[in-house]
Design a protein around this ligand. Structure first.
Ligand code: ASP
Length: 356
C-alpha cells in the first residue's frame, strides 16, 4: 500500500502539465495607496510569466523557472528581497536565500550582502560546492571569486532607508509588539529605546513543476525588519523556508522565520503531500499545526504536489501570490486579503486519474 506513495507519477496520472506559483510575502495588510497595490500585482504577474515562459519552452526546467521568477522579484525593489531588502537593527542589508530541486539537490546562503540576486548565489552553492549552506560575507566573497561569480554589494534602496528611519523612530515611542525576548538586547543596541518591529513581511519565493515532472522550490529575503545583525532565518534553511522532493511536492514559505523554523513548515507540507494529501489540503494542514502551536499571524505557504495540483494557505491577513499554469490563459494574482485563488477541483485519492 505504501509503495504507491513513493513513486513518481506516470504521465497518464498527471492533472496538469506544468506551472509556477510565486509569492511576495505574508503578513499584516498595510492598505497603502492603490498604485502601490497595482505595482505589487504587476511585479508578481511579471515574475510568474517569466517563470512560465521558461517552463513552456521545450526542456524548460523548474529550476531555471524558479530562479528567474525570483530574480524578477529581487530586482523589483517592491518586495523584501534583493534590492528591496529590509534593514537590520544597525541599518545594514543581509540576505538569506535557498533553492531546492526535486532530486534533493539544494543550496543556500545566510547573512550575506555580496550578491544582488541572492537566489542565484544560493544556486551556485548547490551546483559549484559540495555544501548546502554557506554564511557570511567574508566567505561568500571568497567562494564567489573562486567560481568567477560577480561580487555585487547589496545596498538598501532609498525607500527602505526611509522606512528604516521611520521604524527606528517607532521604536523610540516604546511599544513592543514582537520579539519580547529580544527586548533587552535590542534596547542595548539602541541605547535604551523600545523596539516595535513592523509586521509586514515581503519575502519572495516560488515553486514550480516542469513538463518532465521535476519540482523546484526557492525563496529569497532581506529577513525581518530590525533583526539583530547575525540573525539567519527560515529562508536559508532547507525544510523550513523551502522543501522540494519529486516524490511529494515543493513548498515555499514566508512569515515569521523563527516560527516557521520551529515547525519545519515546508517539510511538513511535503510530508503531507507524500502521503497523498493534495497540495491545498497539505498547506492548510501544516498552517493549522503552526497556528495551533504558535498562533495566528505567523506564516503563509505555497505548494505544488507531484501531480501538479497547487495550494496556498496562510494564517496572516495576506499572502501576496501569483499562479501561472498551462491550464490558465494568463497569470492569476492575489494580493488583497479578500482575493481568491484560482479554483481547481483537486483529484481525490480514489480518482481514476491517479491510478493508485
Ligand atoms: N521568513 C522571512 C524571515 O523570517 C521573512 C518573510 O517571510 O518575510 O527571514
Amino acid at each position: 500500500m505504501l509503495d504507491s506513495f513513493f513513486q513518481v507519477p506516470k504521465m497518464a496520472n498527471r492533472t496538469t502539465d506544468y506551472g509556477i506559483i510565486v509569492h511576495g510575502g505574508a503578513g499584516s495588510f498595510v492598505p497603502g495607496v492603490g498604485s502601490e497595490i497595482a505595482k505589487r500585482k504587476s511585479v508578481l504577474a511579471k515574475s510568474a510569466e517569466a517563470g512560465y515562459r521558461i517552463l513552456k519552452k521545450r526542456g524548460g526546467s523548474s529550476l531555471d523557472a524558479v530562479e528567474e521568477a525570483i530574480r524578477v522579484l529581487e530586482d523589483s525593489e517592491v518586495f523584501n528581497a534583493g534590492s528591496g531588502s529590509s534593514l537590520s537593527l544597525e541599518g545594514t542589508v543581509t540576505a538569506d536565500a535557498s533553492i531546492m530541486a526535486g532530486n534533493l539537490s539544494c543550496g543556500a546562503i545566510g547573512n550575506v550582502s555580496v550578491s544582488k540576486n541572492p537566489i542565484s548565489l544560493a544556486r551556485k552553492v548547490m551546483e559549484r560546492s559540495d555544501h548546502i549552506l554557506l554564511v557570511g560575507d567574508k566567505d561568500l566573497i571568497k567562494f564567489s571569486k573562486a567560481i568567477g561569480y560577480p561580487v555585487e554589494p547589496l545596498s538598501p534602496s532609498a525607500l527602505r532607508v526611509l522606512q528604516y528611519r521611520r521604524n527606528l523612530s517607532t521604536m523610540e515611542k516604546g511599544k513592543v509588539r514582537a520579539w519580547p525576548k529580544n527586548y533587552k538586547l535590542l534596547r542595548e543596541y539602541l541605547e535604551g529605546s523600545s523596539p516595535r518591529p513592523p509586521e509586514q513581511a515581503d519575502t519572495v519565493g516560488a515553486v514550480a513543476i516542469d513538463s518532465t515532472f521535476n519540482l523546484c522550490a526557492g525563496v529569497s529575503t532581506g529577513g525581518r525588519w530590525l533583526k539583530l545583525p547575525g540573525r539567519v532565518g527560515d529562508s536559508a534553511l532547507i525544510g523550513a523556508g523551502i522543501y522540494a522532493d519529486n516524490l511529494s511536492g515543493a513548498a515555499s514559505a514566508t512569515g515569521a522565520g523563527e516560527e516557521i523554523i520551529r515547525v519545519s513548515l515546508c517539510k511538513s507540507v511535503c510530508d503531507f503531500m507524500r502521503f497523498g494529501v493534495d497540495a491545498q489540503s497539505a498547506c492548510d494542514a501544516a498552517i493549522k499545526i503552526l497556528t495551533d502551536r504558535r498562533g495566528v499571524g505567523t506564516a503563509g505557504v505555497v505548494a505544488i504536489d507531484k501531480y501538479g495540483r497547487f495550494g496556498a494557505s496562510r494564517n496572516t491577513e495576506m499572502l501576496q501570490r501569483a499562479f501561472r499554469f498551462n491550464s490558465m490563459s494568463k497569470s492569476h494574482v492575489a494580493v488583497l486579503p479578500a482575493d481568491k485563488d484560482p479554483s481547481r477541483e483537486p483529484p481525490y485519492l480514489g480518482d481514476p486519474r491517479l491510478k493508485f
